[in-house]
Design a protein around this ligand. Sequence first.
Ligand code: ZN
Length: 373
Amino acid sequence: MGAFFFLGYYLKKSVFHFISFRFVVLKMNEIMHQEKIEAIKAAIASADAQNQDELEAYRLQFISKKSVVGELFAEMRNIPNEQKREYGQLVNEVKQLADAKFQELIDKVNAASKKSKSMDLDLTLPPTYIPVGGIHPLTATRQRIIEIFERIGFNLSEGPEIEDDWHNFTALNFPENHPAREMQDTFFIEKNPDIALRTHTSSVQVRVMENQKPPIRTLSPGRVYRNEAISARAHCIFHQVEGLYVDENVGFADLKNTLYHFAKEMFGRETKVRFRPSFFPFTEPSAEIDISCLLCGGKGCNVCKGSGWVEIGGSGMVDPNVLENCGIDSKKYTGFAFGMGIERIAMLKYQIKDLRLFTENDVRFLKQFRSLL
Ligand SMILES: [Zn+2]
């Protein structure tokens, strides 16, 4: 509207005041430029962009050299010198407006694409991995041992981890001065009467014999405690499994055959078993149980220290004193017993070199056994 008013004003002026023709043409050009600039400003103000294509369209229309703003600059050469300054200012103003709007639109399109990315949901992608736990190697070993003995008629028995002197020592024929009764070997909870963390699961066998009549065929797995310095080969907490068979006419041959069967089932058919004479207070005669080295098959290696054999536990015929202590007639009944460390068996079976790994809860170690059932 303002432009038309000026146009009329100057036309009137040119007619009534006889102003030179050239001046009128110049003024008309100026008015036309002003109108054009106002129109471009309005177009910039109302411009919008929703995506990269529309952004590019805006750039071509208002920013590039061939854009309408670019044309305004090119027009500069046709502007008379005395108006160049004023014209230049107007065009620069338009240029600034166009640039500011361009930046605003870039920000808007970028923000929109970021938002749409976060909403991007592809239902065909595989699901997020949810870690699945596995059975601890000691649990797997324990379960396998139980399974082997259950198949040949052994049942399962369990007892308390805090034991009195009778069940842990005296009933098992430990003499008064036996080193296991000393403070440095056993975790005593109370003295006189002595209460301690059980040092073996033989205490469970005493409880079974006290409460059941032969025939008894039982397996007692469980946690035991000994006052030992923790190292790669020893720990103050470990697991044992002990077996007991009491009936009429049970002999050492039964013990050997039972353990042959176990060794072959547990470690493989080629496994050989050897018994070495030993001493335990609760068995007579007593023997250590060795199996042929799983790694070298008996040839000799680092694991078996060149001997070809590795120890897996102790065994023997139940001492008649123990049977009598538990109320079983030792003239009528005989029995055998054996005990093994579950850690020891697991270390041999899975070639684990450090006992401490079992209790450190290091997932890198544990997840190697994820496939165990
Ligand atoms: Zn070996």
